[in-house]
Design a protein around this ligand. Sequence first.
Ligand code: SF4
Length: 405
Amino acid sequence: MNRSLNAYRGCEHGCVYCDGNSEYYHVDNFYSRIQVKENAAQVLRKELKKIGFTSRSELETETLWKFLDDEDAKRIAEKVPRKIVIGVCGGVSDGFQQAEQVHKVTYRILESLLDYGLPVFILTKSTLVLEYLDLLKEINERAFANVVFTITCADDSVQSVFEPKAASTSERFDALKEIRKAGLFGGVMATPIIPTIGDNVENMTSLVKKTKATGGEFIQFGGMTLKPGRQKEYFMRVIKRRYQENYDLIERIYENNNTYGQPIWKRLPVNVMVMGHHLCKQHGVRDRSVRHKIPYEYESNNRVLAVLLDIVFRMNMFFGMSRSATKPYWELAARIERGVDELAKLRSEGELEERLMINDTMGETVNEILDSGTCRVLENLETRIDTMANMEIDSDIRTSPDEFV
Ligand code: SF4
């Protein structure tokens, strides 16, 4: 995803852990006072035009269009500038929440993105997205549509405590099945996994298995942040009422009151990223979102990008490496993202290192990826994560979290 937008401010789904409820975002009455961005689609069109995109509807009304061969005209129009993936919702509001049934702002945004032939990424907890399936299929034909469901609790009764007005877990998995059957991309974002409640093998294994059974391309696990103030106070009130036995431990995990809501890592009973990686491997499911080829992008460029982004993700999320440590990889990814010639062709012409401005070591990595779709750097990281997972499984930390407090 290169850019994202929200059709609404505030969200009726009422998730107890919602980050959007925090004062940090300056939205009062987050769950009950929904602000509707009625003109979002018009603003989007204006912005896209400003950066050089032309919509199909505009092209079709231009005189020049009539004199061009149809295919040539479309190719010219769709190539410049380079396509970007737009994230529709999934920030601090759900674009398919109840208000969408009345206001249809997300629908109009999607119509505009279809007109501009841009790929779409959707993150939601609602099955309303299925009502837009025809539109999404059209987007998928012109670019691609990737529909990802946030699902964190396998059991509907637990889920209903923490996400009271969202679709149930079962409904979301059923919707994912429909999405995949319709030929769209799709997967599961299992974030946030609530410490001491969702981070058990039973819950996580069930999520992995259901993702596989419904044809999801991946399931990506992640932990929970709890910003001090409104978000934390509300969450802890619910825990006290519904999961009293977990209250003290959760309180101790977040007692640092970190501005960004980060927990005290060593007090977490389970490293959900590592455990998720292990379970995914066990059940043959990918543990990280997939980078899909953007329209008109070269296949070899996408292949290299996908691996570079995987490397950065693993370095950051599993090993907490600094931005400077991962710089060679994200910098190269950004360069390729901005648009370079076909990497496979550059290599055959002996210009790969020079055109990408990379040293021999990085050149070797890119060559490995071009040959095999992976590289030693990524494989070494995977091996280290496997070792971490084995250590985690061998220890008793999942059954005796108090030792770590
Ligand atoms: S769906 Fe997302 S934005 Fe809406 S309340 Fe839940 S966590 Fe917050």
